[in-house]
Ligand binder design. Structure first.
Ligand SMILES: [Zn+2]
Ligand SMILES: [Zn+2]
Length: 138
């Protein structure tokens, strides 16, 4: 059962939308649309990739989902908006996405030249190699 009530968000509750939501709720890291399609199909719900994109667009607009494109990647990834501050480290070799424990920006107070600036958010992304891939690199 999904914890998010789509109709409460002003989104018509269809079987397909519910299924995409479920897949996102079960994922423990950001996934791309193709991966969502695979997992939706595994659940026995048939969908076109274009339908997935349309649903993701609605979810992103409503703030249910966060869309992100990682460095060096063309494909966007999607994750449920947990309303929690999260940063990720991504392995350049196996594409594994790992959650970073703490935000190094939290205590950072920026100084901007000649002007005041009020920060409401930030993006920070780390890339490199996971332990396994790093060992393979020698
Ligand atoms: Zn790796
Ligand atoms: Zn942060």
């Amino acid at each position: 059962m999904s914890k998010i009530n789509l109709s409460q968000q002003g989104i018509k509750n269809t079987k397909q939308r519910k299924c995409v939501l479920e897949v996102l709720e079960e994922a423990n890291s950001p996934i791309d649309a193709m991966e969502i399609l695979n997992r939706v199909n595994e659940k026995g719900v048939k969908m076109w990739i274009s339908t997935i994109y349309r649903i993701l667009e609605i979810f992103t607009e409503k703030g249910i989902v966060i869309k992100n494109t990682f460095f060096g990647e063309e494909k966007a990834t999607y994750e449920l908006n947990k309303h929690k501050h999260t940063h990720y480290a991504r392995c350049l070799s196996c594409k594994k996405i790992l959650e970073i424990d703490l935000c190094p920006m939290e205590s950072f107070i920026p100084t901007v030249k000649d002007e005041k600036f009020y920060i409401t958010g930030h993006r920070l992304e780390m890339y490199g190699y996971c332990d396994k891939c790093n060992k393979k690199r020698g």
